[in-house]
Design a protein around this ligand. Structure first.
Ligand code: ADP
Length: 465
């Protein structure tokens, strides 16, 4: 397998590459285009000074204004008309232009439509043997019937030394930025990578249900949330683990009891021929049936966990279905003095898997029978109108369920009373299976109860006709 680089090294690499790219780009743009930018800037400032002068001509005290304009923009100004010839601002290089040159500039400016830029104007400085490159922007205006030639000029400083200075400065800047990048990478590593590493390390204990969130130190909300999600997952794993152990214990207990009965009764009939009567043989048959229900429910539970349960849905009469369930329990209850009632509303047609819906109802009824320690037990199987639905319910006058347990009883393996009681009928794996079956049908479901008074388990269906 290819060796993976650590996130810290990758991050540092990305940051350094990014910084070098940015600094390189700035370096390239500055050193290559600096001349060009500089020229453009100079020319635009010459033009704007010439424009300001042409706007100001005719105002009072222009001399002082022009002087300031020249000084502030580091340019030299000269105005020439038939009558007057003025130069403004200190060391004015334009001062030394002779009249022939000025006439030439004036003629070319008029020819170009009133404005012209004379670049690289070679001008021999009076006190300097070396010729200097000068930009002159000339503008010809007409004021009071008089032609005025405005000339604004600026010396062009060679930029080679500036660029050399910039280059050496860049090296310094690159150095400083690289150090800052390192510091940044360390900070990121401390605030981001460290918690990731801690969470990753702790997650290795998750499968054992030993994730310890308190060892993860982080000030960030997102990591704290991730940490608490993993803590919850850990809690769920522990819960499921405990419940599985409990279920195994219960299931083996439930298996052993009917098996003991079957073996005991079988041996008794074998050894004592006079005990070979219908009643004893029925005990064996009943216990064997109970075992078969238990095995079926265990198979269903495992199918549910794998999401492979198939529903055979059909349109059926709701009342017909409930009557058949009622008749199945009628004799059993009569024999035990349990008051079982059927209270049906107007019949409707529902689309459901009859076998599965009966399974849910058996579970509700079996629980009503199991969790009732009263002398006179009563159970109602019924339907009622509820919020546009038809509510199918099983109501008992049994032990009831505490408010705090009402939501949990639907959870897999949840038992209110941890002391397992063997069920009269059915396997008792129950409500979690019922919940999955009702969910698969899309029927809303729920339970209401008052401890010591009643429990009501229900689901809601709709007429499909
Ligand atoms: P089991 O019956 O094996 O415990 P169930 O999933 O059917 O499994 O029920 C879960 C728990 O809900 C029961 O242990 C019981 O505490 C509670 N319960 C269910 N139905 C009733 C009821 N009708 N009256 C009181 N408690 C009930």
């Amino acid at each position: 397998m290819k060796k993976k680089t650590s996130l810290r090294v990758q991050l540092l690499g990305i940051l350094v590459a990014f910084v070098l790219a940015i600094v390189g780009l700035i370096y390239f743009v500055q050193t290559t285009f600096l001349d060009d930018f500089y020229m453009r800037y100079k020319v635009s400032s010459l033009k704007s000074v010439a424009q300001s002068i042409s706007d100001l001509i005719g105002e009072d005290d222009t001399e002082e204004l022009f002087d300031h304009l020249g000084m502030n923009n580091e340019v030299c100004i000269r105005l020439v008309s038939n009558e007057e010839d003025f130069c403004y601002s200190g060391a004015c290089t334009l001062r030394n232009l002779d009249h022939n040159t000025i006439n030439l500039i004036a003629a070319e400016t008029v020819e170009s439509g009133g404005e012209k830029l004379f670049d690289n104007f070679r001008y021999q400085h009076r006190f300097n043997e070396h010729p200097e490159d000068v930009y002159i922007f000339a503008k010809m205006i007409n004021y009071d019937d008089e032609d005025i030639l405005i000339m604004v000029s600026s010396g062009i400083t060679p930029l080679n030394t500036t660029i050399a200075t910039l280059k050496s400065q860049y090296l310094l800047i690159v150095g400083i930025i690289l150090v800052m990048t390192l510091v940044l990478a360390l900070l990121i590593s401390r605030f981001i990578l460290k918690p990731i590493k801690q969470i990753n390390e702790e997650s290795k204990n998750l499968s054992k249900g030993a994730y310890d969130g308190s060892s993860v130190r982080t000030g960030s909300k997102e990591f704290a949330e991730l940490n608490s999600t993993l803590e919850n997952a850990n809690e769920d794993i522990l819960k499921a683990d405990r419940a599985k152990k409990e279920l195994l214990g219960n299931v083996s207990h439930d298996l052993r009891t009917p098996l003991t009965m079957i073996v005991g009764y079988g041996e008794m009939i074998r050894d004592l021929p006079e005990e070979n009567n219908e009643e004893n043989i029925n005990v064996i048959i009943e216990e064997a049936k109970r075992l078969s229900v238990l095995v079926d429910d265990l198979v269903d539970i495992s199918k549910m966990q794998d999401n492979v349960i198939d529903l055979n849905r059909e349109d059926v009469s709701l009342n017909g279905l409930l009557e058949s369930v009622y008749h199945q329990y009628e004799r059993y209850c009569e024999g035990r003095d349990i008051d079982l009632k059927l209270k049906l509303n107007k019949d409707i047609t529902i689309n459901a898997d009859v076998k599965r819906i009966k399974q849910v109802l058996y579970n509700f009824i079996n629980n009503s029978l199991n969790y009732n320690s009263k002398e006179s037990q009563s159970i109602v199987i019924g339907t009622e109108k509820y919020d546009g639905f038809t509510r199918v319910y099983v109501l008992d006058n049994g032990d009831g369920i505490e408010e705090k347990d009402l939501d949990n009883i639907w959870d897999r393996y949840y038992k209110v009373d941890k002391e397992h009681k063997r069920h009269q009928i059915g396997s008792g794996i129950g409500l979690s299976l019922s919940r999955e079956l009702l969910k698969a049908h899309g029927f809303p479901y729920g339970a209401e109860s008052s401890p010591g008074e009643f429990s009501k388990f229900y689901f809601d269906v709709q007429d499909v006709k």
